[in-house]
Design a protein around this ligand. Structure first.
Ligand code: F3S
Length: 280
């Protein structure tokens, strides 16, 4: 049997695991919907579909539904969407990650105090769209140096800065520094979640020690690609696979010690299948 090190942080983070588990727990009810796909993993979404869970993507689609349960995914939704679902009379199961809920609370309270909310993040990301919708005044979203430099507010403005949970910490610091120099009265809440960083740090540490490293995740998953690059830097023998069938086990033949990690949207059963077969 080979010596295999499986990263503890491989796969779903706490918030995504909680949301996916919530959907499975509710799947046997009549008319269950998720607002947006619960996770960026087609296999999981298809499996849930087989169990009768449908995905709706907009309030317009909601209008066509009469009764049932709607599950809000870990990214959360804006207040507007939340209220619309409630008004519609459907049962809401809120699986918003508690770390994201904390940002909603900060944004609502600080904007109610009259502060200008600035979100460091990508404005097209569903989590950021949701966060924006909890500010009582229009929030500003910044993700580039240029946007930070171009920011112009009244000099006496009170500013509250929060971050998208998955934003890169170095870039966050860089953008916050530019904004802080503008002389507004600024308070900063670093709301970056450390799940991504922990996964990357652990992957790097394991890759340093092993003869071969296997990274499991979807081909279009940017966080899996990043994990692969980190591991490849430390261990030349690094393989990027989507499922076990992509792995040529003969290539691992000479390796005594093999490491395994997986991207944030890789389900446990896929990781376990790789683990069991690599170990054999
Ligand atoms: Fe995951 Fe929640 Fe962090 S969804 S990445 S644990 S903010």
């Amino acid at each position: 049997m080979k010596n295999v090190v499986l990263a503890k942080s491989a796969g779903f983070c706490f918030g995504v695991k909680r949301a996916v588990d919530t959907v499975y727990e509710n799947a046997s009810k009549e008319n269950v919907y998720t607002f947006g796909p619960i996770i960026h993993n087609e296999e999981v979404v298809k499996d849930l579909e087989k169990k009768g869970v449908k995905v709706i993507n907009s309030l317009e689609e909601l209008d066509r539904i009469k009764t049932g349960t709607i599950i809000i995914r870990s990214h959360g939704v804006s207040k507007n969407v939340y209220d619309a679902i409630k008004r519609h009379g459907m049962e809401i199961v809120d699986a918003t990650c508690p770390f994201v809920l904390k940002i909603h609370k900060i944004v609502r309270e600080e904007s109610e105090k009259g502060k200008q909310i600035i979100i460091i993040g990508n404005e097209n990301h569903p989590e950021v769209k949701g966060i924006m919708g909890w500010s009582v005044t229009p929030a500003i979203v910044i993700d580039t140096v240029k946007k930070a430099q171009d920011l112009e507010l009244e000099q006496e403005s009170q500013v509250c800065i929060v971050s998208q949970t998955t934003f890169n910490y170095k870039k966050f610091q860089e953008l916050v520094e530019i904004i802080s120099k503008k002389g507004y009265n600024t308070n900063i809440s670093n709301t970056i979640c450390n799940a991504t960083e922990e996964r990357q740090t652990e992957a790097r540490d394991i890759a340093k020690q092993v003869d071969a490293m296997v990274v499991v995740g979807g081909s279009s998953s940017s966080n899996t690609r990043k994990l692969y690059e980190i591991c490849k830097n430390e261990c030349d023998n690094t393989f990027y696979i989507q499922t076990l069938s992509d792995l040529d086990l003969s290539k691992l033949g000479m390796a005594d010690c093999i490491g395994i990690t997986a991207g944030a949207s890789t389900p446990n059963n896929i990781i376990e299948e790789v683990y069991t077969n690599v170990r054999a």
